[in-house]
Ligand binder design. Structure first.
Ligand SMILES: [Zn+2]
Length: 137
């Protein structure tokens, strides 16, 4: 299935903007940081209702693992929201390793998402996600 997924942008308290997905499920439209895959893309709420027993796909798992790393690094949730800095007290080596893992998971996640959405936008497939370019496109 192909259908559009809308992105919405909100200003951040500290300047800049953050990206949200609007849940594409019928009658939902929740603004969420994370969409879950399967035979439809939807927010956690809708997805749970519709696909409670469905197996997690590779790119779902990649997104979940990327989010786990983001939490550990103290970064904003949502893989569209770019990267934060190194947390205080974390060794650079640890940080670099986690960041590399994060980027790899984001790559897998976005590639899978792009494939299933039919959204073959290079900006979404690239690991170096440029949010400004994304919003203009
Ligand atoms: Zn929803």
């Amino acid at each position: 299935m192909e259908y559009p997924v809308t992105l919405e942008w909100t200003p951040c308290a500290l300047g800049g903007r953050r990206a949200w997905f609007l849940c594409p499920a019928r009658g939902c439209g929740r603004r969420v940081a994370i969409l879950f895959g399967g035979s439809i893309f939807a927010c956690r709420h809708c997805h749970k209702l519709a696909y409670q027993c469905q197996r997690e796909t590779d790119d779902d798992r990649a997104m979940r693992r990327a989010e786990t790393i983001r939490r550990r690094l103290g970064w904003e949730p949502g893989i569209l929201n770019g990267e934060g800095g190194k947390p205080k007290g974390m060794y650079w080596r640890t940080f670099e390793r986690l960041k590399a893992e994060h980027d790899a998971f984001v790559g897998v996640s976005l590639a899978g998402m792009a494939q299933r959405l039919g959204l073959m936008d290079r900006q979404l497939l690239g690991l170096d996600l440029d949010l400004d370019d994304l919003s203009r496109g």
